[in-house]
Ligand binder design. Structure first.
Ligand SMILES: *Cc1c(COP(=O)(O)O)cnc(C)c1O
Length: 468
């Protein structure tokens, strides 16, 4: 007998969806007018949670109501207009719809054969990015990933595979010496985990110092590369970051491209956040040089504001993807390196992630995304001005909207952030930039208004005044 809790009738489907729609709509209204930080009593919550012993059935709508209530009061709301935090924007409505549509069909994107329409939609979006990036359309390819980390991991695997045909078989032993790759001190430190995962080890990571602006120091990069070669190491890849996590700086892409070419190593641009600037015709020149990269990471769930996790990996060397990820089995319906995602990427079973970006782009167009980005940047400028008026000092100059703020009278940042979180009126994080503790703020939400900026600055300043 079919289990009617797990597989509902069309009537129940419609009724329950309507019920959840209302719940979510009420919850969203409550979230944006309430505190950014959790208010739930976690001890009480754990007791409740413990009552789910899974011994018998419960009505699914009641389970949904319980979960929505918990989330409403029990998480930091990244979809709040005064979440001025890490690179986690309020998700676009089309991407939320895409999640629901993908869930209903749950197409298997491992192969084109099983899901031709879904695979074609993803390829179409990737091709649009290839041409916007200025990559050669004939030889470039890419795919959706769960996020920037998977895309960056793909870049290292691709670079290693390109560097030695024996890497596939022998792993790190394929190289005459320690393989190395180069990231800046302000790059995303998932690179250490990635080195670990690929088997070349964390010692492969060379951390290049940054200049006074927080950008990769190209002179130091060249010196380190030469030194490593003299030592018998095998340099594989240079990583330039377009939008560092701490301070939103863009490494000198054209100069990094010159070094990579001279040294004959792979150039990867980690544009997880900053890559969205390609949507803005008046700002995309900030990324100039990106078109020379061997590969690029752009996260759709960062500034393109799709639901999490949705990233992209794009390379100008299409053939390296099939060399790196080829596999064939008798039980798969096909194994075609031109179109089957499971033979050109890390994942096997694959969710229809790209639909989120397709629907958002189709609904808003590049121009709509350009407006979104310009809006968040102009709110960021207002935030900068207001903080300065209130006695804060901004010590970075980011083209992608990140502010590193030193509090009035040099008060301790972490204590201030603790106060800000406790009050819940706004959200910011503590970070370090140029050896100083800073409050890191970034307008990421498309919903943030001038009034939100004023309220946030008042919250930051009053938190600072409560700290000795
Ligand atoms: C967010 C981010 C990453 C990691 O991406 P995830 O989507 O969190 O896996 C890598 N690099 C940069 C520059 C980022 O901003």
């Amino acid at each position: 007998m079919t289990n009617d809790q797990l597989f509902v009738s069309p009537d129940t489907y419609v009724r329950c969806n309507g019920f959840v729609d209302q719940l979510l709509s009420d919850a969203c209204t409550k979230v944006v007018t309430g505190p950014v930080t959790p208010t739930l009593d976690l001890n009480g919550f754990r007791k409740h949670l413990g009552q789910f012993t899974f011994e018998g059935p419960r009505p699914v709508h009641a389970v949904a109501a319980w979960v929505v209530a918990g989330l409403t009061d029990g998480v930091v709301h990244i979809n709040h207009p005064r979440y001025l935090g890490l690179f986690n924007p309020t998700p676009t409505y089309p991407s939320q719809l895409a999640d629901r549509i993908a869930a209903a069909f749950n197409p298997q994107l491992a192969t084109w054969t099983t899901s031709p329409v879904a695979v074609e939609i993803e390829r179409h979006v990737i091709r649009a990015f290839i041409s916007r990036l200025g990559f050669p359309t004939e030889s470039s390819a890419g795919h959706f990933t769960t996020g920037g980390s998977e895309a960056n991991c793909t870049a290292l695997i691709a670079a290693l595979t390109q560097a030695s045909p024996d890497y596939a078989r022998l792993g790190a032993r394929a190289f005459a010496g320690q393989p190395t790759f180069y990231i800046s001190a302000d790059s995303h430190l998932a690179w250490l985990k990635i080195a670990h995962q690929t088997g070349i080890g964390r010692d492969a990571v060379r951390i290049i110092q940054t200049d006074t602006a927080g950008c990769l120091d190209v002179g130091h990069l060249r010196e380190t590369l030469e030194h490593d070669r003299a030592d018998g190491c095998v340099p594989i890849m240079v990583v330039a970051t377009a939008g560092t996590t701490n301070a939103g700086m863009i490494d000198p892409l054209p100069a990094c491209a010159v070094v990579a070419r001279d040294e004959q190593v792979w150039l990867h641009v980690d544009a997880a956040w900053g890559g969205a600037l390609i949507a803005c015709d008046d700002r995309r020149q900030v990324l100039s040089g990106i078109e020379q990269a061997d590969s690029v990471t752009i996260d759709a769930h960062k500034w393109f504001a799709t639901t999490m996790g949705c990233g992209m990996f794009i390379t100008r060397h299409m053939q390296v993807l099939s060399a790196a990820f080829y596999a064939s089995t008798t039980y798969m319906p096909s194994h075609n390196a031109d179109i089957d995602p499971y033979v050109t990427s890390v994942q096997w079973s694959r969710r229809f992630l790209g639909l989120r970006l397709f629907m958002s782009l189709a609904a808003a167009g590049w121009s709509g995304y350009g407006e979104h980005i310009n809006h968040t940047l102009s709110m960021g400028e207002l935030l900068r001005d207001r903080l300065i008026q209130a006695g804060w000092q901004i010590i970075n100059k980011s083209p992608v909207g990140v502010l590193c703020a030193v509090p009035p009278e040099n008060k301790p940042v972490r204590a201030i952030i603790t106060q800000v979180w406790a009050a819940g009126e706004a959200w910011a994080s503590a970070a370090r930039f140029q050896q100083r503790d800073v409050m890191r703020v970034c307008v990421t939400s498309g919903l943030t208004t001038r009034d939100d900026i004023d309220r946030a600055v008042t919250a930051f300043t009053s938190a600072a005044s409560r700290v000795a």
